[in-house]
Design a protein around this ligand. Sequence first.
Ligand code: GLN
Length: 483
Amino acid sequence: MIPSFLSDRKALLEGTTTLLALVQRSLDAIDATNDEVNALIDVYREESLSEAKRIQAKVDKGEAGPLAGAIFSIKDLFAHKNHRLQSASKILDTFTSVYDATVVERILAADGLILGRANQDEFGMGSSNEYSVYGPCKHPEDYQRVPGGSSGGSAASIAAGYCNLSLGSDTGGSVRQPAAFCGIVGLKPSYGRISRYGLAAYASSLDTVGCFGATVEDVAACIEVIAGQDVHDMTTLSTEVPSYLQELQDRDSTTKSLRFGINPSWFSEGLDPEIKHQIEWILDGLKEQGHEVKEIAMPAQSASLSTYYILATAEASSNLARYDGIHAGYRSAQSEGAKLEDVYTLSRSEGFGPEVKRRILLGTYVLSKGYYDAYYGKAQKVRRLIQREYEEAFQQVDAMILPTTPTTAFKAGEKVDDPLSMYLNDIYTLAANLSGITAMSVPIGRHSNGMPIGIQIQTPVSDELGCFQVGTLIENLSSKEKQ
Ligand code: GLN
């Protein structure tokens, strides 16, 4: 049973449980399986128990913050004062944060409890959580399979019952894809909706902070607290953050007829037929409820994979230049007395893993003289076309509906030596990052192989509320099927 934040909170506020009991439940689950699953790479046991007492005292006095009852894991790339931050890389071997990321600060101020640090692919580069200095994270329901990535540890830590909320980052699908693989909800908010201050950067024009939870309402409750403008991140949007939970409840009874769009080419070759069938079942259910479903062709989307892997690697090569063994990051023991350039070369060669090196090389290439216009410049133009397609689509519909992933959770080792087939797993998630819109994965049942299936909902920039609203509609439909 996946723990739900809002059910735990309700029990806590009604006095039928205590925060200490909730933390103990988490620790018991961790002790039972984390050695194998490897979702959490650090567990703050003592700190969690003392935090639980402090927050419980506030609950008892009726002064609990909006996240009291939340037990979080956070991906290994958020700054959390006096805690390690390693982005699953050897290059950040000895790094301890000296300040809190804005999202961490907001969680703590709202009485959320951070239980531990979650495994991930190194610097967020990957789709299976197999590229980690801590070793792979495994799917909690089948240890032969991957939990998805790059925020694999975040998703697995909820699916395994270690916590009820988790923070991840989504640059090209890293929240939605593991959420789909692990059978939970994962939101990638609009670009700029949530501050990136204190997040170890991968590709700055695509990076977003996302949240995982058991239900759409759980995620909405978290986003309500952590979203909003931040003086430390000039890319944050100034649009007001609504009270999502309240709005969801108010809108529930007055749900108007909605218009959904599907791009026919999303449902053609490459998509697992059972995933296709399950999504069609949901679309039929929406039509039966009086909503409209229409086809919208989005041809530029077919270029999202190549566009993403040019822009993301270009930005990564620049962001990761700071880890040079001198200003920041691991320094090779062999570089003692070596020339400056050799210090860089040795430290970076030993400190970065193979996938990160591949991205830095590719990114440096597409930015280099003679190739810049052909690759980087062209990719920027295609990105604009993809954005325009969404702008036009959202003039006709309220939300786009599509798969989150072409397959369910795949077997460990299956794609790790074949980068292209790994990259193809992101085919449905990348365009949302390229265009900055809102996107969320919601679980909709199971495949005959036993693994969960996710559906993706996309809404315009700043329309997280619309995304949550559609998400609850779909949640209700898919729970009807289960009955
Ligand atoms: N799998 C994609 C990549 O490797 C997306 C990663 C992410 O969203 N951080 O780039």
